[in-house]
Design a protein around this ligand. Sequence first.
Ligand SMILES: Cc1cc2nc3c(=O)[nH]c(=O)nc-3n(C[C@H](O)[C@H](O)[C@H](O)COP(=O)(O)O)c2cc1C
Length: 132
Amino acid sequence: MNINLGGKEVRLNSNSMIVTETDAKGNITFASKDFCKIAGYSKEELIGKSHNCVRNSFMPKDAFKDLWNTVKSGNRWSGTVVNSTKDGGYYWVKATVYPSQNKDGSTKYISVRVMPTQKEIDMAISLYPTMV
Ligand SMILES: Cc1cc2nc3c(=O)[nH]c(=O)nc-3n(C[C@H](O)[C@H](O)[C@H](O)COP(=O)(O)O)c2cc1C
């Protein structure tokens, strides 16, 4: 299958752990060093931005609808995601997103991403083009 995910692929390694946190609306409130390094942004550029700033157009809208429905109802969402880097490249992750609370009781969301298996990437490449 001929797919175009962007320019250069950035590969995670088995030690990579990319963490971000957002407020209840999905605006980034925390980004780990690995996230900045892999996505190509400085912390200052990311804080306050909507998390869709790394969205890759290969990802179906329904994947994120499912993500939001899941975490808003208090559950943990897991899935294979491809994101774009600042310079137009891309990187695959296995993401787990879950709700948590700030000290003041308000909702926040946390995403932890690790290196996906090749099988997970292949599954996403064949499944996502069939989704909306
Ligand atoms: C904690 C958290 C992490 C997220 N991480 C990503 C991500 O890495 N890439 C991405 O495209 N969307 C991510 N999203 C979903 C975005 O908020 C957004 O819904 C998605 O990019 C689709 O954009 P849209 O809602 O403007 O259509 C995340 C959301 C949350 C709550």
